[in-house]
Design a protein around this ligand. Structure first.
Ligand code: IMP
Length: 433
C-alpha cells in the first residue's frame, strides 16, 4: 500500500514548503496541488538555480513524478502557460507528467480586476491580497457562476457562460468602481487561445487519482499558503479564500479515509505578508535582524509571488499549538532555524494577554488578536553558524532544546530541519534521535 501524505503550512504561509516538498518528492510518485492558485510561490534553490513554482506542483522538478493540479485550485491559464514555458526553457520536463483538472475553476480577467478594485476601495482596511484574482474566483465558484476548464474547453458553452458572467459583472465594474467594461469578444478570443495551449494537460483527474490509490502509489498532497490564512480557521477576514487545511479531500477527490499522515511546516520564527493581526510582530531591530540575517544566508524575507517585504516576528506558540491540532500533524519540518543564530536570546510566545485575561487558545476575533499582548518564554541562543549541519547531532544543544520546545507546543515530532536556502541544507532526523 502506498502512502498518502498531506503537507500543511502551520503559519501564515512562506514556511519553506517548496524546499521540503522538493526533499520529499523523490519518495512520491504523484504530487497534487489542491487549493489556492498563483498566489502561492514555492521556492527551490538548486545550486545557483532558483525555481519559484506558483501553479505547477513542486514535484515537477523530479521528472518521474506525476504532477496534478487538482480541482480545488483556481487557475489563471495565462499564468500557467507562462510558468510551463519558463520551466521548459530552463530544461525542466513538463509534458505528460503534468495534468490539470477539468473541474478546476478558471481565473478570468474580471476576477483580477475586482481583486484590485476591491482592495483599492478598502483604503486603509485593505487585506493586502496578492492581486491574483483568487478571492473573486472562489466567490464565483461558491455563487455557482464560475467557469471551469470543462466549460472553457467547450467553445459554445464557454461563450454562453462568459456572456452571462460579464452581463453580471460589467455593470458592477462600471457603476460601482467607475472602471471600463470588459469586452466579451476580446476575453473570449484570449481564453480560447489559452484553451488550445492547455488542452493536452486538461483531464478528468478523479479517475487518475483513484487509479494511483488503487495501484498503491505514494501520493503527496502539496498544500499552499498556511493554516492561519485558512478561510475558516485563519485570522478572518485577513485570510485567503480557500480551505488550506480541509481542502485536501475536496480539492482532489481523495477520500478523507485515505489520507495516512499529515506533516506540518513551520518557520522557527513567524512572518506574514499582507495585512492582519500578528501578535508577535517585531517592527523593530529584532525584525530587522531577521530580515538582514536571512539576506546574509542567501534567502530573502520578501514574498515569492509579490516581492513585498514580509513582516517578521518571534514564534507564536499559541498559534502553533492551534494549527498543529487543527491539521492533526504527527511530524513537522522547521525551516530557517539558521536565522535565529543571530540572537543571544530567543523568545517564544506561549500565551496572550487581552482584556485583562490570559489566553492560551487562539481567538476568532481579529479585534482580540490585534490587542493581544504576547507572554514570552525566553531561550538561550546558540550564537554559532549552523548552516553546515547535516545531522540532528550536529545542531548545538540550545538549538535542539528550542526544537524540543516547538515539539511540545505542536504535540508532534520534528522530522526535518532546514538550515539554509540550498536544496541540500535540510537535516532529516532519524527516528532514534
Ligand atoms: P489572496 O490569497 O491573494 O486573496 O491574499 C489574501 C492574503 O493571503 C494576503 O494577506 C496575502 O498576502 C496572503 N497570501 C496569499 N497567498 C500567500 C502565500 O502563498 N504566502 C503567503 N501569504 C499569502
Amino acid at each position: 500500500m502506498g502512502e498518502v501524505l498531506l503537507l500543511v503550512g502551520l503559519q501564515w504561509g512562506d514556511e519553506g514548503k517548496g524546499k521540503i516538498i522538493d526533499a520529499l518528492a523523490e519518495r512520491f510518485e504523484v504530487v497534487v496541488r489542491f487549493q489556492g492558485g498563483a498566489n502561492a510561490g514555492h521556492s527551490v534553490q538548486i545550486g545557483d538555480d532558483k525555481f519559484v513554482l506558483h501553479l505547477v506542483p513542486t514535484g515537477i522538478l523530479h521528472p518521474d513524478a506525476l504532477c496534478i493540479i487538482g480541482n480545488g485550485v483556481v487557475v489563471d491559464p495565462g499564468a500557467l502557460i507562462e510558468e510551463i514555458r519558463e520551466l521548459q526553457k530552463r530544461g525542466v520536463k513538463v509534458g505528460e507528467n503534468l495534468v490539470l483538472s477539468d473541474r478546476a475553476h478558471v481565473v478570468l480577467p474580471h476576477h483580477k480586476l475586482l481583486d484590485r478594485l476591491r482592495e483599492e476601495s478598502r483604503g486603509k482596511d485593505m487585506l493586502g491580497t496578492t492581486g491574483r484574482g483568487i478571492g473573486p474566483c472562489y466567490a464565483d465558484k461558491a455563487s455557482r457562476c464560475g467557469i471551469r476548464f470543462a466549460e472553457l474547453m467547450d467553445k459554445d458553452l464557454f461563450r454562453e457562460r462568459l456572456e452571462a458572467v460579464l452581463a453580471t459583472y460589467n455593470p458592477i465594474l462600471r457603476e460601482v468602481y467607475g472602471a471600463e467594461s470588459l469586452n466579451c469578444d476580446a476575453v473570449y478570443e484570449e481564453y480560447r487561445k489559452y484553451a488550445g495551449d492547455l488542452e493536452p494537460y486538461v483531464k478528468d483527474t478523479v479517475p487518475i487519482v483513484h487509479k494511483a490509490l488503487e495501484d498503491g502509489k505514494n501520493i503527496l498532497l502539496e498544500g499552499a499558503q498556511g493554516s492561519l490564512l485558512d478561510l475558516d480557521f485563519g485570522t478572518y477576514p485577513y485570510v485567503t479564500s480557500s480551505d488550506v487545511i480541509g481542502g485536501a479531500t475536496a480539492g482532489t477527490g481523495i477520500p478523507p479515509t485515505r489520507i495516512d499522515r499529515v506533516m506540518g511546516l513551520a518557520k522557527a520564527y513567524c512572518t506574514r505578508v499582507g495585512a492582519g493581526p500578528f501578535p508577535t510582530e517585531q517592527n523593530n531591530e529584532v525584525g530587522e535582524t531577521i530580515r538582514q540575517t536571512i539576506a546574509e544566508h542567501g534567502g530573502r524575507e520578501y514574498g515569492a509571488t509579490t516581492g513585498r517585504p514580509r513582516r517578521c516576528g518571534w514564534l507564536d506558540g499559541v498559534a502553533l499549538r492551534y494549527t498543529a491540532r487543527l491539521s492533526g500533524v504527527e511530524t513537522f519540518a522547521v525551516s530557517v532555524l539558521d536565522v535565529l543564530s543571530a540572537f543571544e536570546t530567543i523568545k517564544v510566545c506561549t500565551a496572550y494577554k487581552a482584556d485583562g485575561q490570559v489566553l492560551r487558545t487562539f481567538p476568532a476575533g481579529a479585534g482580540t488578536l490585534t490587542k493581544a499582548e504576547p507572554v514570552y518564554e525566553e531561550f538561550e541562543g546558540w550564537r554559532c553558524d549552523i548552516s553546515g549541519a547535516t545531522a540532528w547531532g550536529d545542531l548545538p544543544g540550545q538549538a535542539r532544546s528550542y526544537l524540543r520546545f516547538m515539539e511540545k507546543l505542536a504535540s508532534a515530532r520534528v522530522q526535518f530541519v532546514s538550515v539554509g536556502p540550498e536544496r541540500t541544507q535540510v537535516i532529516e532526523r532519524r527516528p532514534d534521535e
